[in-house]
Design a protein around this ligand. Structure first.
Ligand code: DAH
Length: 342
């Protein structure tokens, strides 16, 4: 009778354990068979009703069953874990030997694409490409650019300062001074890179953005030269006729200074989120280099004159690609970036 039961339990156990696919289910099975109220314990309890000579033998049989079930449960746990690991490996497998250049899984950020394009355009017109540090001194960021000590642009609101007085450059105009220190006139230089402002971010502002700075110094340079280069640059970038307008603008390092606006290419002058509903985008500041700035760069303003301009690359890229939120550029969304892969 009991022997029959042992056989039944074993068969039922063997059948159930094969159907199990999760470690959690295995735990339930273990409780059902080997737990305090489990089937095997139930058999043990039945021993007391047997005759003495049967007790020893049947007890031994039940113990053997217990050991056998325990062993099988451990084995099955091992199998399930191995399968789980294999499934995970299949799911998360990556080929670290893949050559990223061959598979086009990445793409350049539209900022980089635009920056490279701008550098190509200016290089083809004989401009030299210079670089400058992100961490600057007040001298390069302000003083040498004719920004007096108490000018509002130095306000802590706008500038990230370090404790030692250095700062994160707020403009690439620093490169003008570094360029003039390095090169003798006549010179044509551009510099691109990140700039930083302590600003609240919204669809068209960010605390880190990108600028292109340009400067040309020679004898008899005039506003006409400036307009000429700006037109070439914009038509090359947008590959279409671009409407621009010049307004007087104040920048301490140029005199006269201008703001160059272009008609918003997203809404064609109707007004949208990007152009703040005015139909025009402030694209760049520009003007004739202030004599104090030429002097700070070691150039004699009685002999030489020059123009300079500074432009937000982010804004230009937004116009070019129809991007309506500047924060997309460093949002890290692959589906955004992949649109620009070539
Ligand atoms: N540095 C200015 C800014 O960040 C932009 C600028 C304006 C640069 C006029 C220039 C310039 O070189 O001539 O707002």
């Amino acid at each position: 009778m009991v022997i029959e039961k042992i056989k039944q339990i074993k068969e039922s156990f063997n059948q159930q354990i094969e159907e199990i696919s999760l470690p959690k289910e295995l735990e339930n099975l273990k409780v059902g068979f080997l737990g305090k109220k489990g089937l095997v314990s139930g058999l043990m309890k039945g021993l007391k009703d047997l005759k003495n000579h049967e007790k020893a033998e049947i007890g031994k049989g039940i113990n053997l069953l217990k050991v056998e079930l325990q062993k099988r449960i451990e084995e099955r746990l091992g199998e399930l874990k191995a399968r789980e690991y294999k499934d995970q490996m299949n799911r998360e497998w990556i080929d670290i030997t893949i050559d990223p250049c061959e598979t086009h899984i990445g793409s350049l950020n539209p900022i980089t694409i635009t920056q490279n394009r701008l550098e190509d355009i200016f290089e083809s017109m004989g401009f030299q490409i210079l670089d400058g540090p992100h961490i600057e001194t007040e001298h390069y960021n302000f003083e040498a650019l004719n920004i007096a000590e108490h000018h509002p642009a130095r306000d802590l609101q706008d500038t990230f300062y370090f404790e030692d007085g250095r700062l994160l450059r707020t403009q690439t105009s620093t490169i003008q001074i570094r360029g003039m220190e390095k090169l003798d006139p006549p010179l044509k230089i551009i510099g691109t890179g990140k700039v930083f402002r302590c600003e609240r971010s919204d669809a068209s502002h960010d605390s880190c953005f990108h600028q292109l700075e340009g400067m040309m110094v020679d004898k008899d340079i005039s506003v006409a030269n400036l307009i000429h280069f700006m037109n070439i640059m914009l038509e090359d970038i947008f590959e279409e006729k671009v409407e621009v307008r010049l307004r007087p603008g104040y920048f301490p390092f140029v005199e006269p200074g201008f703001e160059l606006d272009m008609a918003c290419l997203l809404c064609h002058g109707k007004g949208c989120k990007v152009c703040k509903r005015v139909g025009w985008i402030e694209l760049l500041g520009c003007g004739m280099v202030h004599p104090n700035v030429l002097r700070a760069g070691g150039i004699d303003p009685t002999i030489y004159s020059g123009f300079a301009f500074g432009m937000g690359i982010d804004r230009l890229a937004m116009m070019k690609y129809g991007i309506t939120d500047i924060r997309e550029f460093h949002g890290g969304k692959l589906h955004f970036l992949r649109q620009f892969s070539s």
